[in-house]
Design a protein around this ligand. Sequence first.
Ligand code: PHE
Length: 451
Amino acid sequence: MKNRSSFSSKLGFVLAAAGSAVGLGNIWRFPYLAAKYGGGTFLLIYLILAVTFGFSLMVAEIAIGRKTGLSAIGAFKSLDSRFGFLGVLAAAVPIIIFPYYSVIGGWVIKYFATFVSGGVSAAAGDTYFTDFISNPVEPLGWFFLFMAFTAIVVICGVEKGIEKVSKIMMPILVLLTIIISAYCLTMEGAMEGLIYYVKPHMGDVSIKTILAAMGQLFYSMSLAMGIMVTYGSYMKKENQLESSVRQIEIFDTGIAFLAGLMIIPAVFVFSGGDKSALSAGPGLMFITLPKVFNSMKLGGVIGTIFFVLVFFAALTSAISLMETIVSIFRDKFHWNRKGTCIGVAILSLLMGIPSSMGFGPLSFISWMGMSILDIMDFVSNSILMPIVALFTCIFVGFVIKPKAIADEVKVANGTFSGEKLFTVMIKWVAPIFLIMILVSSIMNALGIISI
Ligand code: PHE
């Protein structure tokens, strides 16, 4: 397509895609899953899945985007008109996720503001978090602010907005993560936590470990929601696709691993080795960690740095969500960027309000024990994403055929070293696993099994 924006270089593309991939999921969800599902064994399983399953799906999505020069809806449709529905399903995912992700992004700014203004001990109070999220007005203000930051970057465009911000924020994020994990590892008693994190404990391993790792992988690599299709459509033909995917994976997995080094030893020291403190789920970041920081020497500073890095991670992910939505509307209606961005921001603000108020004035609304935000999360992550990924595999494996993707991968320098692996994964292995994920997450929600 003529005049489509593009990332200026391979590095720009890789950092922007890594910016999307590295998000809240890496920082709180990965460490807690690793601790729960077998430590070193989980790490190993995750790694194997990343270089096989994650690799194949990411290659497929980026190649579809670059080949067609379109975002999800147009891309699938232009390759086969019967598959327009798949683009629509994929587009629904960011539309659902973006509002509530920004609500959580707002919470992160609030915590940053608290820490930077010296409120570390206040933030460690038992009811600080619940008091905050149940307030009818305050979380909305932070949510609006987070959305405004995101919208400003997206309005500035692919090269001047997204690429530029990613090039600044991602290296800083790596540096801050290394600083905090190094600091946490030097605390007395941290080694015990480190060992717990990296040593395999087979007793905790089961089929659930694989399913949990796989679900996490998806979310973490921003797959099955049209994001990588959109970013692929901005990638230049002369940039190598396969090595870009490898670099994005290393970035994403590396940060997830380091996040574990920041969080697990620190929580261990704080709780005196009681690992149940790690299983607090989302509460880990907003309830347990502030207490941990409060108990540490230099905790105010470390906490402030921590929330800056979480903010960067959340912002670059939110940018990719918003850009994907904007790009879908622009491809379809040929609207200008600024107008589309403002429209999408307003719509997403309206959609996010119930998720935010679901912890306060709207807390009477719940479904199977889930708040409004959790319901959005469940529908998008546990239902829509596996369905989109499954159909993407079927689409690539049996409709356009893996060779069509392989040809696109080879455009830059004629090679695709993972081609055989890719073909087997996309046609056979990935679909089987995806069906298992889908079935298990539905059974989990219905309370038949517990993951
Ligand atoms: N990949 C992000 C994470 O790990 C989650 C995310 C998914 C963000 C999709 C944006 C879009 O947290």
